[in-house]
Design a protein around this ligand. Structure first.
Ligand code: NAI
Length: 479
């Protein structure tokens, strides 16, 4: 704590650099700046205590300061051990008007290169307020939501289960943390869960967890699925990845992508962006899919569709985008060409079998630089694994650029306002934002790009059965 602001970041002296990049980003985030202007008088988030778990980048700094300008108090942690930009974290703590000696900003608990213990400690600190707890959660991947739900569940049972051999190292860390917290205060997570009015969730993987909780009747508060706003998943997941996938590969390896064979596992929104990113550099792209519809889309887009097993012998780059587990196994990597680049851009690190790789008989790990490891097999061939299998666009590079994140985060801010101000109108279910708001977010960003939107005549609107002002599509339209 300094000047009354609690924080755990790498170095507050980086704040000036962070502030300069935040200033540039603000210009590239017209949606967030428009929301600041729109709500300047009203302060709809006054009284909101937002606990946020989302990659602590420059773009997220603009999101945080937008929430603050709408009246919220905020505490923040990153949702990945490698994704924090330390200068952005420092600038948020210092605030626009503070100094490193006398910070005036927002409590942030995040630095690049946390251990798993540190990561979950940061998540707990972010959820732990002086006095009353958070009344809103803003989540990316669902780790904050998970901690509150598991904590509540174990407090009700009065006991935290012992880890078993099949549990991941990370889950063991979570159980350890919850055991300590149960011993110290048997009602901590229950109280937090009862105080939260709602959660707004950023990504595909976190949304999946929310629907599972809701289906089991275990969701403790209403949730808004921000990911499935069209202006989120059809933009961030796709065009964001198109930008940041090759950025991560380039910064990590500097290997020429043109002419290489790149395998993209999964052809959902992220996979589509990934394939376009690599083929834009001149790579020959092969797609693996389990869903015949997405597989056919890949074929129609000009990519070869194969299984990973049959694509392996020619692959130079293998990227996972599935949000699933066990997609690239140690046995796959054992059969790859020398110095094949292996990376994941899905939310969690279980898409690539890092545990199996580390256990592989005779394997040797050579750290090339932070977030780049060469794993050498006993036969002498090696694979280059980026960010230890964690999402490489944020681990090896700086994630998605501001403009696309402005779309995602505008939806986040609108969703926060909605749940904070109207939580009584929502059940403990998962909701999406109305299409009208989606169109509003798109309209602002189109304007910023100088796009000219055609206006429907009244007769045309009647003919296609929509309102002149929108929404322009039915709920089942897929974009
Ligand atoms: P999606 O559901 O649209 O796409 C995933 C695709 O993978 C689906 O088409 C599915 O059929 C396919 N798939 C599942 N298991 C597979 C397997 N074993 N082999 C091959 N294909 C398989 O999901 P979306 O939106 O594309 O997100 C994917 C992941 O990326 C999620 O974990 C999401 O949270 C994450 N994400 C990461 C971002 C980043 O900046 N790194 C940005 C946005 C999302």
């Amino acid at each position: 704590t300094r000047n009354g602001v609690e924080f755990a970041v790498a170095d507050l002296e980086l704040a000036e650099f962070g502030r300069k990049e935040i200033r540039l980003a603000e210009h590239e985030m017209p949606g967030l700046m428009a929301l600041r202007r729109e709500y300047a008088e009203v302060n709809p988030l006054r009284g909101a205590r937002v606990s946020g778990s989302l990659h602590m980048t420059v773009q997220t700094a603009v999101l945080i300061e937008t929430l603050v300008s709408l009246g919220a108090e905020v505490r923040w942690a990153s949702c990945n051990i490698f994704s924090t930009q330390d200068h952005a974290a420092a600038a948020v703590v210092v605030g626009p008007h503070g100094t490193p000696e006398a910070p005036q900003g927002v409590p942030v608990f995040a630095w690049k290169g946390e251990s798993l213990e540190e990561y979950w400690w940061c998540t707990e600190r972010m959820l732990t307020w002086d006095g009353e707890g958070p009344n809103m959660i803003l989540d990316d991947g669902g780790d904050a939501t998970l901690l509150v739900h598991k904590g509540t569940q174990y407090e009700a049972a009065g006991v935290v289960p012992q880890p078993d051999d099949n549990d991941s190292d990370e889950w063991k860390v979570v159980l350890e943390l919850l055991r300590a917290s149960l011993a110290a205060d048997g009602q901590k997570w229950t109280r937090i869960g009862q105080g939260v009015r709602g959660v707004t969730e950023e990504t595909t993987t976190g949304v999946l967890r929310l629907y599972q909780l809701a289906a089991a009747g275990e969701l403790l508060f209403p949730a808004i699925n921000v990911n499935d706003s069209v202006t989120k998943s059809k933009f961030d997941n796709r065009y964001g990845i198109r930008h940041s996938l090759i950025d991560g590969i380039n910064r990590g390896t500097d290997v020429l992508i043109g002419g290489k064979v790149a395998v993209v596992c999964g052809y959902g929104d992220v996979g589509k962006g990934a394939a376009e990113s690599l083929s834009g550099q001149g790579a020959r792209v092969i797609v693996t899919e389990i869903d015949p519809i997405c597989a056919l889309q890949a074929a129609m887009d000009g990519y070869q569709v194969k299984t990973l097993e049959s694509a392996l012998p020619e692959a130079d780059i293998v990227i996972t985008t599935t949000g699933n587990k066990d997609v690239v196994m140690a046995e796959h990597m054992a059969r790859m060409k020398h110095q094949t680049i292996v990376g994941n851009i899905g939310h969690f690190d279980n898409e690539i079998d890092m545990a199996g790789l580390a256990r592989y008989p005779g394997i040797r790990r050579i750290n090339i630089k932070p977030q780049v490891d060469e794993w050498v097999f006993p036969d002498g061939h090696s694979v280059l694994v980026l960010s230890e299998g964690r999402l490489l666009n944020l681990g090896n590079a700086t994630g998605h650029p501001s403009f696309v994140m402005s779309n995602s985060f505008s939806n986040q801010v609108i969703a926060q306002i909605e749940l904070f101000t109207k939580h009584e109108e929502y059940d403990k279910e998962v909701y999406r934002l109305p299409k009208k708001l989606d169109e509003k977010v798109a309209r602002i960003h189109l304007q910023a790009l100088g796009g000219e939107l055609t206006k429907l005549t009244k007769e045309q609107a009647e003919y296609i059965d929509v309102d002149v002002e929108g929404p322009f599509k039915s709920e089942h339209y897929r974009y």
